[in-house]
Ligand binder design. Sequence first.
Ligand SMILES: O=P(O)(O)OC[C@H]1O[C@H](OP(=O)(O)OP(=O)(O)O)[C@H](O)[C@@H]1O
Ligand SMILES: [Mg+2]
Length: 165
Amino acid sequence: MSLPDKAFPVSWDQFHRDARALAWRLADGGREWRAIVCITRGGLVPAAIVSRELNIRVIETVCVASYHDYVSQGEMHVLKGISEELSKEGGEGILIVDDLTDTGKTAAEVRAMLPKAHFAAVYAKPKGRPLVDTFVTEVSQDTWIYFPWDMGFTYQEPIAKGTRG
Ligand SMILES: O=P(O)(O)OC[C@H]1O[C@H](OP(=O)(O)OP(=O)(O)O)[C@H](O)[C@@H]1O
Ligand SMILES: [Mg+2]
């Protein structure tokens, strides 16, 4: 599979703001969460921010891998599941956190483990959106989101160089 046409680069500042906006939305409902289950690895970063804002002290991971070579999604591997203590009662009172949902396959896999949990992601693409209870920004399906932890500073050609023959 090739890279989607459009790029949505996200800086650390922007990600922090968007993750905080997610926390505000979650706080609006006035619900109390007994724990966060974050989907590694991308969910670790928003989970740190949301847990700080909502004062949630119990953080569990569920370790899922499916994108094996950057943009191509393959078979889903659950490398580490969720503790029995947190899975009880179908995950009632649990907040699942991820950085984004794209096709929705990762979200569907984790939702099946915790059917009563609330699923939150910072960004959502249209295919994954129905699987998310709370998100901040929708990004089109033909857009790749570039997260700050995947990026580095590189030289950029001047705009004029690319536009003049
Ligand atoms: O909706 P989907 O099409 O399933 O894709 C969304 C998932 O893909 C990315 O994780 P990835 O599997 O690349 O692992 P990572 O979080 O370790 O980077 C992202 O962090 C989501 O968890
Ligand atoms: Mg992920």
